[in-house]
Ligand binder design. Structure first.
Ligand SMILES: NC(=O)C1=CN([C@@H]2O[C@H](COP(=O)(O)OP(=O)(O)OC[C@H]3O[C@@H](n4cnc5c(N)ncnc54)[C@H](OP(=O)(O)O)[C@@H]3O)[C@@H](O)[C@H]2O)C=CC1
Ligand SMILES: CC(C)(CO)C(=O)C(=O)O
Length: 285
């Protein structure tokens, strides 16, 4: 199968390497020319292996039949969405962002077949062509529009754990809740995901936040049992969450698409989460 990945960050590079390892034809679309040149010259370094993957900044090189995976952050979508109105029109598209603020805009895109994915891996970008896979997990997909059979081949990619979900809102909101419970706490404390379980103060805050969310969302215990939050912290124990990675790098954090989205979706006020939001927002002013 052919895949094009837009965004050669932590998740984009990991996905490219896993797909290449599984025997697929893979191409990366970078934002910066120098990153494309580095990847073309030196490949992508993942573990002990160097993956030679073609990289370009040119969207015209996207083959019509390629699955096009969007792995930029929420903030990067403002430059990607306008392009999709003119390019990759016939391609099946898969969006991998955390958060949900972008979902409404996706419905307005001209592409017929669009899916969303929830990534439960931990991965850190060390250099423009090097990643560290800090937590092995699963890619979960659901249909946003079109024909789900178009995406079903994604469920039999050798060596890549994937699941298909029938309810996109449930799948994505569950991930929003996971990120709401993990990411702000890591970004505020500087702790790795696994340390949220071993640091008693951070763990206490996570439990309190879970209780606050459970009051707002009565289906919480079924949609996301606390054990599953702990399991994700464990499976990605050595990961620097994407929000902490952004904070450390001085980049905009995905605060609105994750935390503000949760605050706005809750039918009641969430004082603890609101405080986390304001504390993190205050660092970006
Ligand atoms: N890291 C993780 O462990 C996980 C992350 N996620 C989610 O996955 C998404 C991606 O995160 P992550 O990979 O960590 O983020 P990164 O910041 O590592 O990567 C984002 C990449 O997108 C690129 N980009 C931005 N705009 C464009 C554009 N217009 N065209 C092409 N490329 C562009 C950036 O390029 P440049 O460097 O030039 O700015 C950067 O390489 C986020 O929504 C995150 O929340 C989900 C699960 C785990
Ligand atoms: C899966 C997890 C929590 C991994 O850190 C993530 O989604 C992120 O960092 O944004």
């Amino acid at each position: 199968m052919k895949f094009v990945i837009i965004g050669a960050g932590a998740v984009g590079l990991l996905t490219a390497c896993l797909l290449k390892k599984a025997g697929n034809e893979v191409q990366l679309i970078t934002r910066r020319q120098e990153q494309a040149e580095l990847i073309n010259e030196q490949g992508v370094l993942y573990g002990e292996t160097q993956y030679m993957i073609a990289a370009t900044t040119d969207w015209n090189s996207i083959p019509t039949e390629a699955y096009t995976i969007v792995a930029v952050k929420y903030d990067g979508l403002k430059n990607v969405f306008p392009r999709f109105h003119h390019q990759a029109i016939a391609n099946p598209i898969i969006f991998l962002q955390n958060g949900m603020l972008h979902i409404e805009a996706i419905a307005k895109l001209p592409q017929t077949n669009i899916a969303a994915g929830s990534v439960e891996h931990g991965v850190v970008k060390l250099h423009d062509n090097e990643i560290r896979h800090t937590g092995h997990g699963v890619y979960k997909f659901a249909l946003l529009k079109g024909d789900e059979s178009v995406f079903k081949p994604l469920l039999s990619l050798p060596g890549i754990r994937t699941e298909w979900h029938t309810d996109a809102d449930q799948l994505l909101f569950r991930k929003v809740l996971l990120n709401t419970l993990i990411n702000p706490l890591t970004a505020l404390t500087g702790l790795k995901n696994g340390e949220l379980l071993t640091n008693p103060y951070a763990f206490g805050l996570m439990k309190n936040l879970y209780s606050e969310l459970s009051e707002a969302f009565p289906g919480m215990a079924t949609l996301l049992p606390f054990e599953e939050v702990k399991a994700l912290c464990e499976s990605t124990a050595n990961n620097t969450s994407s929000m902490l990675a952004d904070r450390l790098a001085g980049r905009a954090m995905e605060l609105d698409t994750i935390i503000l989205y949760t605050l706005n979706r809750a039918p009641i006020e969430l004082p603890l989460l609101r405080s986390f939001y304001h504390l993190l927002k205050s660092t970006e002013v």
